[in-house]
Design a protein around this ligand. Sequence first.
Ligand SMILES: C[C@@](CO)(OP(=O)(O)O)[C@H](O)COP(=O)(O)OP(=O)(O)OC[C@H]1O[C@@H](n2ccc(N)nc2=O)[C@H](O)[C@@H]1O
Ligand SMILES: Nc1ncnc2c1ncn2[C@@H]1O[C@H](COP(=O)(O)OP(=O)(O)O)[C@@H](O)[C@H]1O
Length: 301
Amino acid sequence: MRATRLHDCPAPAKLNLFLHVNGRRADGYHLLQTVFQMVDHGDLLHFDLRADERIVRTTDVPGVPEQGDLIVRALLLLQAACKRRHGRLPPGIDVAIDKRLPMGGGLGGGSSDAATALMAANALWEAGFSREELMALALPLGADIPFFIFGQTAFAEGVGEALQPVDAPDCWYLVIEPGVAVPTAAIFCSEHLTRGTEPVRIADFSRHTMNRTDSTGFGRNDLQAVAVSLFPPVAQAIDWLSAHGDARMTGSGACVFCAFSSEAEADAVLQQVPGIWEAWKAKALKHHPLNTVLQVSAVIE
Ligand SMILES: C[C@@](CO)(OP(=O)(O)O)[C@H](O)COP(=O)(O)OP(=O)(O)OC[C@H]1O[C@@H](n2ccc(N)nc2=O)[C@H](O)[C@@H]1O
Ligand SMILES: Nc1ncnc2c1ncn2[C@@H]1O[C@H](COP(=O)(O)OP(=O)(O)O)[C@@H](O)[C@H]1O
């Protein structure tokens, strides 16, 4: 019997352990090097097959119209690709979202939601697309989506689509949400952005972190200086967290994080975070929790 629902599907957050801007492509997009690290905190998505062919978001997401939602756009793309491959449109899907990640936080929430939707629908529809095919399908929607489908800690180049697996310490992170949404475009178009960082090699990162119990200290986030100058709450969160370790911004911001060797150390700092900010701790995830959905067909209910 075919599965008709997949509930409680995690869409984990990512942190950019470092993020270097090495140049700019002819189309204006920036060439990056980064390490993407998933953590065990994120959104939760629920999928139910429909009797018709519509893709319907059943939860309101303030500020994100249904047709602009990356989940809906990703599912429509996969539905059309199924039609091209199998000659018929698969059934529609109702999607409900427990949104926990802030938008414009640099945690890749929308991208992770889209990746989870693609992996879940591929299983529900028994569509048979490979991991590589789903990654290629998703890239035009957002540069971070292929990473979540790749499904493991990764060294990324290009605009984030050239991915290699990499080991990073099995540590804990404290994340502060400064309460402001940073639009990625505003950071990349700044005339003050550092765009010429020398490329590093994956071996440089591995050598740096090899004997460490946390991921602290490699490289920097080239987007941070611009974000700090444009968004004072980001600067305030970094200043506060810097007293407790190597505080950094993730992605284009606004969230900032610090790595700790143990849960107890992360807890000790978490308890001191000023009440003006949302903050949480999370453990590094070596693999995406839905990885197995791409390896076996959907759970039959
Ligand atoms: C910076 C990163 C790092 O992980 O993540 P977030 O902070 O968004 O999580 C990503 O590269 C975000 O990639 P992506 O999710 O595709 O960015 P979008 O929001 O679509 O980009 C908005 C705009 O930023 C500029 N942009 C984006 C990515 C890039 N490599 N170069 C750019 O110049 C482009 O002008 C683009 O139109
Ligand atoms: N399902 C979704 N969840 C969050 N944001 C979404 C979603 N779909 C589209 N978006 C849009 O993508 C933008 C970036 O969101 P998000 O990926 O969460 O942040 P970031 O790219 O900073 O990590 C949001 O401001 C929103 O307009």
